[in-house]
Design a binder for this molecule. Structure first.
Ligand code: C5P
Length: 244
């Protein structure tokens, strides 16, 4: 992928916050971890693993604890089906929801309208190219021009359809900010605090680099979930970003 190898200089001054990827299996396990990390954590990301096991009430349960909810369901279907699924979230206290941009403009337009109807505070995030795909993998699916071009093409389509933000790799941030400016909401996983093992994340940035490159929100899972003192780990990430 023809992406910049080092972070670009700061492009905006919005504050960047942390989303905890709550990648655990049960509500009880998640609740115990949230007790340990403490009340300073604002955002949690609920993925399919817990959503399918615990049901949509899990959204209400964590919102009642005072968290903002990022529901990472990566919806991808025909426009009517995606819009109907989003309308099923009516009145759920959910703040962010992912859809796949490859569903097309019509799907994203209907999804954006359904999100507004379901909950005026609900913002959609489009997934462009999964970071597990490289240029060769994309070519196998009939997309020959490489991931960087496809990310920009799908990002433009998503914004045109009324989707306000994207999930992106931290390495895509400089190009996206250069092309689309400061308005889109850019949320990035693949962030590793200095000195923490990258695990299976291959192309990472530190929280400070991601904030400087224009991330609005960074998604962090294992560096918090596996920390001996999650509260201190969160404070350290925040401190690192404040210096960005
Ligand atoms: O543990 P870690 O910090 O790697 O968790 C990152 C979270 O972001 C996980 O929930 C992972 O599924 C998600 N994610 C990702 N890369 C993407 C999209 C989502 O790591 N491209």
């Amino acid at each position: 992928m023809a992406l910049p190898s080092s972070p670009a200089p700061a492009t905006k001054s919005k504050t960047c916050d942390v989303i905890l990827a709550l990648d655990v299996s049960t509500r009880a396990e998640a609740g115990a971890f949230l007790d340990r990390i403490g009340p300073d954590l604002r955002w949690v990301k609920i993925g399919l693993q817990m959503f399918l096991r615990e049901g949509p009430e899990i959204v209400d349960a964590f919102a009642r604890r005072g968290h903002k909810i990022f529901l990472d369901l990566k919806l991808h279907d025909i426009p009517n089906t995606v819009a109907s699924a989003i309308r099923s979230l009516r009145r759920r206290p959910c703040d962010l929801l992912t859809i796949h941009a490859t569903g097309g403009k019509e799907m994203m337009q209907q999804a954006a309208a359904a999100a507004h109807e379901a909950n005026p505070n609900l913002r959609l995030l489009a997934v462009t190219v999964l970071t597990s795909m490289d240029d060769a993998g994309l070519a196998q699916t009939g997309v020959p021009g490489g991931a960087a071009a496809q990310v920009e093409r799908l990002a433009a389509l998503a914004f045109d359809a009324g989707v306000p933000g994207l999930i992106c790799s931290p390495l895509e941030l400089p190009a996206l900010r250069a092309k689309f400016g400061s308005k889109p909401l850019l949320v990035t996983p693949g962030v590793r605090p200095s000195g923490v093992a990258a695990g299976d994340q291959k192309r990472t940035m530190t929280p400070r680099e991601a904030a400087a490159a224009g991330a609005d929100l960074i998604v962090i899972g294992r560096p918090l979930l596996q920390a001996t003192d999650p509260r201190a780990a969160l404070a350290a990430i925040r401190a690192e970003m404040a210096g960005a």
